[in-house]
Design a protein around this ligand. Structure first.
Ligand SMILES: [Zn+2]
Length: 154
């Protein structure tokens, strides 16, 4: 299991990384999301081997990034996002967690499609689309609020 000290240390490393890289690159690396993932992995590492390994993996990866601020290559970014994606996928599949605004994005596009269908059906896209979108956003926001309340957001 990952100790609290290790999680704290990693949190600190992310802060260092943010300071040395600046706001723009930090955003590009999605460091906020990274921080969330680390908290999650730290908690889950006691019961899940994959999470434990991902935590260590992410740690050495972040240390590597810290070692070469200002010289991050395209590959580093690619590598980084791949890691984040893999971890997010594992958390969603195995631990039934969802990313922030997960339902909103799904239902928004659903709502748009439904709105499009109705708009075409009644020959009034200007009316159909906003209604569909409105319903999608409402349903998505309700579901997102619900998973957040249950602590299932990554
Ligand atoms: Zn896991």
């Amino acid at each position: 299991m990952v100790s609290h000290q290790t999680t704290d240390k990693l949190t600190k490393e992310i802060e260092d990384l943010r300071n040395s890289l600046g706001e723009k690159v930090s955003k590009k690396l999605d460091l906020d999301n990274c921080h969330q993932l680390i908290q999650r992995l730290g908690t889950l590492s006691s019961e899940c081997e994959t999470c434990y390994q991902s935590f260590n993996d992410l740690e050495s990866h972040l240390v590597q990034l810290l070692d070469k601020p200002g010289q991050l290559t395209k590959n580093d970014f690619k590598h980084h996002h791949q890691k984040i994606n893999n971890i997010s996928t594992h958390l969603m599949k195995k631990h039934k967690l969802v990313t922030k605004d997960y339902y909103l994005s799904i239902y928004m596009s659903c709502g748009l499609s439904i709105g499009l269908v109705f708009g075409l059906l009644f020959d009034n896209l200007a009316l159909g689309l906003p209604i569909g979108l409105g319903i999608g956003v409402t349903v998505g926001a309700i579901l997102d609020a619900d998973v957040k309340k249950k602590g299932r957001t990554i």
